[in-house]
Structure formats: C-alpha cells, structure tokens
Design a protein around this ligand. Sequence first.
Ligand SMILES: NC(=O)c1ccc[n+]([C@@H]2O[C@H](COP(=O)([O-])OP(=O)(O)OC[C@H]3O[C@@H](n4cnc5c(N)ncnc54)[C@H](OP(=O)(O)O)[C@@H]3O)[C@@H](O)[C@H]2O)c1
Length: 184
Amino acid sequence: MHVQSRPLSANALLQGPVDVVLIAHGYLPDQANCQDDLPACQGALAINGISPVLFAEAFAQSMALNRQGTLAMIGSVAGDRGRQSNYIYGAAKSLVARYAQGLQHRFSGTNIKVVLIKPGPTDTPMTAHLKAQSTNLATVEDVAKQIVTAVDKGCAVAYTPGKWKYIMWVIVHLPNKLFNKLKI
Ligand SMILES: NC(=O)c1ccc[n+]([C@@H]2O[C@H](COP(=O)([O-])OP(=O)(O)OC[C@H]3O[C@@H](n4cnc5c(N)ncnc54)[C@H](OP(=O)(O)O)[C@@H]3O)[C@@H](O)[C@H]2O)c1
C-alpha cells in the first residue's frame, strides 16, 4: 500500500470545531481466506486497522488545534487476544486499541477525550452469518445506547455489553498451555 506523504488536512475540510467523532467502519474478514490470500489479508488489516487510525489521526489534529472534542473508535473484543478463528481481524482491532491508548496518553489533561468501544458479537449485517448459526448476539439498540453513554461520559474503554469486560479478562489471563487447547 502506498500512502502519499501530505500534511493532514481534516481541519481544512471542516467548517468549525468538531464535538464528537465516531469511527465505526469495518468488516469481518474470512480468516481462512486471509491465510491463503495475502492481498485479502492486507485489505482486512487496512480497512479494520490502518484506515480507522488514519481517520482518527486526521480528526485528532483538528481537535488538538481546537483544544476540544471527543473521538470515539469502535475496536472489538477480538483485539484483546489473538485467536485462531479471527486473528487477522483481531490484529487490526488490536492496532486500533493500542493507537487509542496512545492518543489517550497524548491528550491526557486536556479537554479532548478518546473513547475506545469494544463490542462483543452484535446483531448487525456484519454478523448475519453468525445469526444463522444461532450465536447469541447483542441487539444493536442495547449496544448503541451503551456507546452513547460511554461517549457522553468520555470513558477510556467501554466493553458492550458490559459482561464482555469479564469474559475477556478471563480469556486474556488464561495461561497459554490451556488457551492453546481451545478451538476458539
Ligand atoms: N457486529 C459485531 O458483532 C461487531 C463486534 C465488534 C466490533 N464490531 C465493529 O463495529 C463496527 C461497525 O460494524 P457493524 O457491526 O455495524 O457492521 P455493519 O453494519 O456491516 O457496518 C459496517 C460499516 O463499515 C462500512 N465499511 C465496511 N467496509 C468498508 C470499506 N471497505 N470502505 C468503507 N466503509 C466500509 C460499511 O459501509 P457500507 O454500509 O457502505 O458497506 C458499514 O457502514 C465495525 O468497526 C466492526 O468491526 C462489530
């Protein structure tokens, strides 16, 4: 991928200060396909990881100039620990998470808030195939409400639904010996 070297210019495109930005694009790539097809893998990393970061960086520049704003990004519980079933998507979401963490550090003590949302499986077009497999999915309405609350409060990290904070704590802390036996 070639990214042209030019100064970031989100501020030039905007009419005035931005209060809230929600970066929410992404797609669930087929893990097996990413393993077999490097361009597909590159696309999955670019759309789910690099692109959200570049959008965020452009808005961060604008918010820094205006000394205010809330920048929210949708990561995923998939970014918390690499798993065989979706580690390319997880790696991209992990990039978003580490980036958001750095931005929070950069803007600490300012009026700029950076919010990282980590949804669990949610009933959207992205997961239509999971619904067919009767996977338990959160409703869009519940997740959306929790995102609005997290953005209003300027939470650093918000798992939604909240139970995923505890589920992922367990997943992240499982010793490798045990974790590597799981087919997840
Ligand atoms: N649903 C879940 O279980 C779940 C769980 C964790 C995290 N997330 C994250 O939540 C966010 C929203 O996803 P969603 O579940 O609401 O899925 P969605 O309904 O499929 O929405 C995904 C959005 O991303 C856009 N998008 C996808 N690929 C794109 C591309 N190449 N270029 C530009 N835009 C693109 C889509 O645009 P078009 O409508 O134009 O295609 C759509 O607006 C994503 O970041 C996703 O990774 C979802």
